[in-house]
Design a binder for this molecule. Structure first.
Ligand code: PEP
Length: 255
């Protein structure tokens, strides 16, 4: 039985004061939901707000994550943040978000390096994969997503792989208001993503790894995704910035 995981990716939104306000508006409800053990809830604010958010949810069953990290533990990498800095205050780290791949030249190789570094520093990776619109329309979804999964999990042991979360995020659905259909996302996750994991490891491992859906998931449409057998929660962007919406999404995951 895989516990669904709902993670809020705040992207580059909210000042520290606004982050405090948002967390205070939802932390008690989220903690109650997380305490049921039926959903794992992760907040991923921008780096500067992570210490504040971690402090506000301290002692609560709410997890904190980062949106990116460098793979080196320290060094001359101006502007970067390392896994050793994050693991003091974070449980999770999002790796390979399509916006990082698109705007910051992140590659399958750097994603793999970051996944390995996260695991080495006891951070749980949420690895994002997904095809763009052109690839989708050209019928390349399976090939593209399978290759991304193979690359991200390259040289990662079966035991480590089991602790990784995958987020299937079709790029055409992110921030566009045009979510995938529940059945469509379930099919990519079940056949392509779990298929690639079964090729690399075995069927049991492929069935153990949690795979979220992400892309314009919101309080109204999320039940359709959570009802799918292969979808284990959601990576939520825009709707995670509104307390009532994020609470509803987490509530829906518990039902
Ligand atoms: C995301 O940021 O990963 C995301 C899925 O964004 P949105 O929910 O806004 O589409």
């Amino acid at each position: 039985m895989r516990t669904p995981i709902v993670a809020g990716n705040w992207k580059m939104h909210k000042t520290i004061a606004e982050a405090r306000e948002l967390v205070n508006a939802m932390k008690n409800d989220l903690a109650q939901l997380a305490a049921t053990g039926k959903v794992e809830i992760v907040l991923c604010p921008p780096f500067v707000s992570i210490p504040q958010v971690a402090e506000l949810v301290k002692g609560m069953p709410i997890k904190v994550g980062a949106q990116n990290m460098h793979w080196e533990a320290k060094g001359a990498f101006t502007g970067e943040v390392s896994p050793t800095m994050l693991n003091e205050i974070c449980d999770y780290v999002i790796i390979g978000h399509s916006e990082r791949r698109q705007y910051f030249a992140e590659t399958d190789e750097s994603v793999n390096q970051k996944v390995k570094a996260a695991l080495a520093h006891h951070l749980k990776p949420i690895v994002c994969v997904g095809e763009n619109l052109t690839q989708n329309e050209a019928g390349q979804t399976q090939v593209v997503v399978s290759a991304q999964v193979h690359a991200a999990f390259k040289n990662i042991s079966r035991d480590d792989a089991r602790g990784i979360v995958v987020a299937y995020e079709p790029i055409w659905a992110i921030g566009t208001g045009k979510a995938a259909s529940g059945a469509g996302a379930n099919s990519v996750i079940g056949l392509t993503i779990r298929g690639a994991l079964a090729e690399m490891y075995d069927e049991g491992t492929a069935q153990t790894i949690r795979v979220q859906y992400g892309g314009s998931a919101n309080a109204k449409n999320v039940a359709e995704f959570f009802a799918q057998p292969d979808i284990d929660g959601a990576l939520v962007g825009g709707a995670s910035l509104v307390a009532a919406d994020f609470i509803t999404i987490c509530k829906t995951a518990v039902k």
